[in-house]
Design a protein around this ligand. Structure first.
Ligand code: SF4
Length: 369
C-alpha cells in the first residue's frame, strides 16, 4: 500500500503506537519533524565546553539539529521509551563501603541491543505495509537529540538534573527514535513539573549541575567513570566515592522516581554480581575475565583499563585496608593510567589509617592526638 492511500492518520497512528507497545515499549509518542528552540540550547552547551572529551557530540552538529539532514523526506519522529527500574534499592540507600556502585542502567544487558531490536521489528512491519516507507532509527547510535524529540512527542520534560522525566514513570527509561516519512498524528509537549524542587542540584557530589538543567559533564561522575578515557582529575576523585561505573544520585533523589514502575524486560535485571558488587570480587573479574564476563554489558564501553582505573579510585575511597594488596598489584601495572590511580588509592588508604591512629580514643572515652 502507498502512504497516500491512508485516509485516517489518527487511527493509523494509534495502530502503530499499539504495535510498538506490544513489542515492549512502555512509552510511545510522536513529534513533528521540526527545529525546536532546545536544539539551540544544546549548541550553546557544546560551545561552553561542558561536553568535555565527548568529541562525538561535536560531530554531525548540523545533522543533529536538522532532521531533514537525517532523512530528507521526514515528516514525524516516533519516540519510544523502555523502563529499566528494578525492585533493588537505590544508590542513596545505606550501602556497605566494601562494595562499588554500578549505575542502574548498566546492571543487565546492553539497552542498545534490546531497544534496537524492538525498533527494527516495528520498522520491518511498517516496511511491509507501506511500499514507499522511508526511515532511520537510532538508540544513542546517531546524531539525534533524543530528549528533544521525546519532549515534543509528549513523553515528559527535561528535569533540573538534565534527565528526561515522565510524570507517570519517572526517569528510569531508555529512549529510541524512528524518523519516518509518515504524516502521523503528533502529540503535544508535556508541561515542566520540577517546580521549586532542587534536590538533585543539592545532592550531586561533584556539583556538576551548575545551573538548573545545565550539566558540566566534565564534573559528572558518569562522565568521569564512563566517558573520560584519561586520568580522573585529582580534585574530583574523593567525591566519586565507590562509584565504579556511572552514578544514579540525581535520579535517585528525584521525587518523580519514588514510585517509578518496574521494567517488563528481564534483560535489564542485574547480571549475577553486578548489583553493588564487592570491590575485591569486581577487581578480579576485570583483571581475569575481561572481556568475557562483560560481553553484551554496557560496562565494556569503559574498557578494561578504564574499569581498573575506577576500581582503584573506589578502593582508595572505601577506607578498607584489605584492598591494599589489590591496589599494590595495580600499582605495578604496565599501564600508567592504572598505575597512577592505584598509587593514589594506596596513598588515600594510608592517610586514612594514619588519621585513625592519630584520633585513638583514650580510656576516659576522649580522643587523643
Ligand atoms: Fe526536578 Fe527535583 Fe527531580 Fe531535580 S530532583 S529533576 S529538581 S523534580
Amino acid at each position: 500500500m502507498k502512504i497516500a492511500e491512508i485516509e485516517n492518520w489518527g487511527e493509523e497512528t494509534r495502530r502503530i503506537k499499539n504495535l510498538f507497545e506490544r513489542l515492549g515499549c512502555d512509552l510511545v509518542g510522536v513529534a513533528p519533524a521540526k527545529h525546536f528552540p532546545e536544539m539551540d540550547f544544546f549548541e550553546n552547551w557544546l560551545d561552553r565546553g561542558f561536553a568535555g572529551e565527548m568529541n562525538y557530540l561535536q560531530r554531525h552538529r548540523e545533522k543533529s539539529v536538522n532532521p531533514r539532514k537525517i532523512l530528507p523526506s521526514v515528516q514525524t519522529v516516533l519516540v519510544c521509551g523502555q523502563l529499566y527500574e528494578t525492585p533493588l534499592p537505590h544508590e542513596t540507600a545505606e550501602h556497605n563501603s566494601h562494595n562499588g556502585w554500578i549505575s542502574r542502567y548498566a546492571w543487565g544487558e546492553d539497552y542498545h541491543d534490546r531497544l534496537l531490536k524492538i525498533l527494527r521489528t516495528g520498522v520491518e512491519w511498517l516496511n511491509q505495509k507501506f511500499d514507499d516507507l522511508e526511515y532511520r532509527f537510532y538508540v544513542d547510535t546517531g546524531p539525534t537529540r533524543d530528549r528533544i524529540w521525546a519532549r515534543y512527542a509528549g513523553l515528559g520534560w527535561f528535569g533540573k538534573n538534565t534527565c528526561f522525566i515522565n510524570q507517570k514513570v519517572g526517569s528510569y527509561f531508555f529512549l529510541g527514535e524512528i524518523f519516518l516519512n509518515l504524516p502521523l498524528q503528533t502529540d503535544k509537549p508535556a508541561a515542566e513539573r520540577c517546580g521549586t524542587c532542587t534536590r538533585c542540584l543539592e545532592s550531586c557530589p561533584t556539583k556538576a549541575l551548575v545551573e538548573p538543567g545545565v550539566l558540566d559533564a566534565r564534573k559528572c561522575i558518569s562522565y568521569l567513570t564512563i566517558e573520560l578515557k584519561t586520568a580522573i582529575p585529582e580534585n574530583l576523585r574523593d567525591a566519586i566515592g565507590t562509584n565504579i561505573f556511572g552514578c544514579d544520585i540525581c535520579q535517585d533523589v528525584c521525587p518523580w522516581n519514588r514510585r517509578a514502575p518496574q521494567t517488563r524486560e528481564d534483560a535489564y535485571l542485574p547480571r549475577e554480581g553486578f548489583y553493588h558488587p564487592d570491590l575485591g570480587d569486581f577487581y578480579k573479574w576485570v583483571r581475569d575475565e575481561f572481556p568475557g564476563r562483560f560481553k553484551k554489558s554496557p560496562l565494556k564501553r569503559t574498557k578494561q583499563r578504564g574499569l581498573l582505573r575506577n576500581v582503584a579510585v573506589a578502593m582508595g575511597n572505601s577506607g578498607q585496608k584489605e584492598f591494599k594488596s589489590a591496589l599494590a598489584e595495580m600499582a605495578e601495572s604496565d599501564d600508567p593510567l592504572v598505575r597512577e590511580h592505584a598509587q593514589w588509592g594506596l596513598e588515600k588508604l594510608k592517610n586514612r589509617q594514619s588519621k585513625k591512629q592519630r584520633v585513638k580514643p583514650t580510656k576516659s572515652g576522649k580522643t587523643s592526638s
